[in-house]
Design a protein around this ligand. Structure first.
Ligand SMILES: [Zn+2]
Length: 205
């Protein structure tokens, strides 16, 4: 791509570093900004800068939050003993959208994936096991996507907490294998949480 402006080239290069954005799309976005009032770019860069610098991780569930403890963890109407284990904030958002879950979450921050070099120590697994050990959890719902990495992660956690005899369940799969949670429709996902099945039963299937 030949640019008539170094400044334009630089901006396009930065934008194209984002996932799913090629050089052409980056150019389109930057040219769009150039046609807009200058304030719009200011609001955009300020919002990005603020979220990058100020956002926190909830100390209890590790969800992305503006405060030390997130709104879900501090809500007295949520059942803190019912913990849904998810990969990231997108899963929390998807499950919250169903309106079918009144427990709390534990956000792992990913899935065990030897290929991508993600081991249990890279995820929020130890803090989850601690919660179980401390008797804070009555039921753990595994809600990771049913990929090989998701199953591996579920099983790894299950083995760590098996001896504490809490209820473990997994969301019923109205969702076909390999679907990411975030893409499941709300009704199906909501139903799969209500109709969750004992974890050990899912191992036999
Ligand atoms: Zn929280």
């Amino acid at each position: 791509m030949d640019f008539s402006s170094k400044l334009l080239e630089n901006a396009v290069n930065e934008v194209s570093r984002l996932p799913g954005i090629g050089k052409r799309t980056a150019l389109r976005l930057v040219l769009h900004l150039l046609k807009q009032p200058k304030e719009n770019t200011k609001y955009l860069t300020e919002a990005l800068s603020l979220v990058r610098n100020e956002v926190k991780s909830c100390v209890k569930c590790h969800n992305i939050s503006d405060t030390t403890l997130c709104d879900i963890c501090t809500n007295p109407n949520r059942n803190a003993e019912l913990v849904c284990v998810v990969e990231d904030i997108r899963d929390v958002m998807a499950i919250e959208n169903t309106g079918q879950f009144r427990g709390v979450y534990h956000v792992l921050g990913g899935k065990i994936s030897p290929i991508e070099g993600v081991g249990p120590q890279n995820l929020q697994i130890e803090s989850l096991v601690s919660k179980v050990k401390n008797g804070e959890v009555k039921e753990l719902i595994f809600a990771l996507s049913s990929t090989m990495e998701g199953d591996t992660t579920n099983f790894y956690i299950f083995k760590q907490i098996e001896s504490y005899h809490i209820t473990t369940s997994t969301i019923a799969r109205g969702i076909s294998v390999g679907d990411e949670l975030e893409y499941a429709d709300e009704v199906t996902l909501g139903r799969s949480i209500v109709n969750r099945i004992p974890f050990e039963q899912s191992l036999k299937g």
